[in-house]
Design a binder for this molecule. Structure first.
Ligand SMILES: NC(=O)c1ccc[n+]([C@@H]2O[C@H](COP(=O)([O-])OP(=O)(O)OC[C@H]3O[C@@H](n4cnc5c(N)ncnc54)[C@H](OP(=O)(O)O)[C@@H]3O)[C@@H](O)[C@H]2O)c1
Length: 323
């Protein structure tokens, strides 16, 4: 299928590589704010058309818009693409608020177009293995999901520059960028919690550099920890009465090890980034071919649940995004 790309950062390049290798994707066009940036990106990635006008881009000849712009722009750009009849695969977080997501999910239905969040967790084949392994742990007594990854932009921030990722006006920061990878498996494996607690550590820019949340389920507590201002090595784990599953990378779902009776068994190892992106393109194209696929509804419901819990974490932790 033909794709149009919004955004010219490294993640868009990784997605193109994955979509080409997994789906033979035809990358037809790229939108950038500037001809220089768009032209350089097009030259590097072999893309024939560059647009600096979003309306002209929306009218170009492709079926799928892949959106990899700063978070604040996701909803408006998704809306414009859907109104022009494109299917939309939008980077995480798909919108800033659950209200925006509900509105755009309804719009995509009216338009008869597929609209999904590009979140690695939901498109990895290893998700099934994870769920199966968790079912084998017996009654789950607790879990911690941890994603602490020092941002490559943090030194620039400390030098007094203003990288997008620490700019609340773009609805970025730790929770929106990394915390979401902890919320997804918690809700996918255990459903909605009975209650939520949360706190965050703020940078002078107003962005949350790191944070914690507790999801109370009545029979277990699930803790989430994320940081963009320090590198973590602890990983994640799910503890049950029959064993513990440890997960090295909760975003990529790699390094899965089952610990039981003093023995450790590796269930899954590493995965290339291009493959992670490729699975997203593959899964999304499958939804276009079969919109009645029940898993499409699962991804939509999960995206809305995650967005709702993220909004609650922001409210409790005082994370705010000025207009
Ligand atoms: N799935 C993953 O592993 C993964 C990894 C990284 C990021 N992401 C997601 O991908 C999205 C983009 O992240 P990123 O780090 O690439 O963001 P970014 O570098 O801040 O921005 C991406 C692109 O958007 C354009 N842009 C930058 N600032 C803008 C502004 N103020 N207004 C309008 N357009 C602007 C730029 O392209 P032009 O200058 O060419 O217009 C830039 O290349 C985010 O939603 C993020 O959560 C996902």
């Amino acid at each position: 299928m033909r794709y149009g790309i919004i955004g010219t950062g490294p993640i868009a390049e990784a997605f193109i590589a994955g979509a080409r290798s997994h789906c033979s994707a035809d990358i037809a066009a790229v939108y950038s704010r500037t001809a220089e940036s768009g032209g350089a990106f097009a030259a590097r990635n072999g893309i024939p058309q560059v647009f600096t006008d979003l309306t002209a881009f929306a009218q170009a000849d492709f079926e799928i818009a892949y959106i990899a712009s700063p978070n604040r722009l996701h909803a408006a750009q998704s809306e414009q693409m859907l109104l022009h009849g494109k299917h939309v695969l939008c980077e995480k977080p798909i919108t800033v608020t659950p209200g925006e997501l509900q509105r755009l999910q309804a719009l995509s239905d009216r338009q008869g177009r597929i609209y999904a969040e590009a979140i690695m967790y939901m498109f990895q084949p290893v998700r099934a293995l994870l769920r199966e392994a968790v079912a084998g742990l017996g009654r789950i007594t607790g879990a911690q999901f941890d994603f602490c990854q020092l941002s490559s932009k943090y030194p620039a921030y400390l030098r007094g520059e203003h990288p997008n990722i620490f700019n609340p006006r773009l609805a970025t920061g730790g929770l929106m960028d990394l915390g979401i990878y902890c919320v997804y498996p918690a809700l996918d494996l255990f459903g909605l919690p009975q209650s939520v607690t949360a706190c965050a550590h703020f940078l002078d820019s107003g962005a949350d550099g790191s944070g914690m949340a507790g999801l109370e389920y009545g029979d277990k507590l699930v803790t989430l920890a994320y940081s963009k201002i320090g590198q973590g090595y602890a990983g994640s784990e799910i503890r049950g009465e029959n064993g513990t599953l440890s997960i090295e990378s909760i975003s990529k779902l790699t390094g899965l090890t089952l610990h039981r009776g003093g023995e450790a068994q590796t269930l899954f190892g590493e995965r290339e980034k291009a493959d992670l992106m490729g699975f997203e393109a593959e899964g999304f194209e499958a939804f276009i071919r079969n919109p009645a696929d029940p898993y499409y509804q699962v991804t939509r419901e999960r995206a809305l649940q995650v967005s709702t819990v993220m909004a609650e974490i922001r409210r409790l932790a005082g994370i705010e995004f000025p207009e």
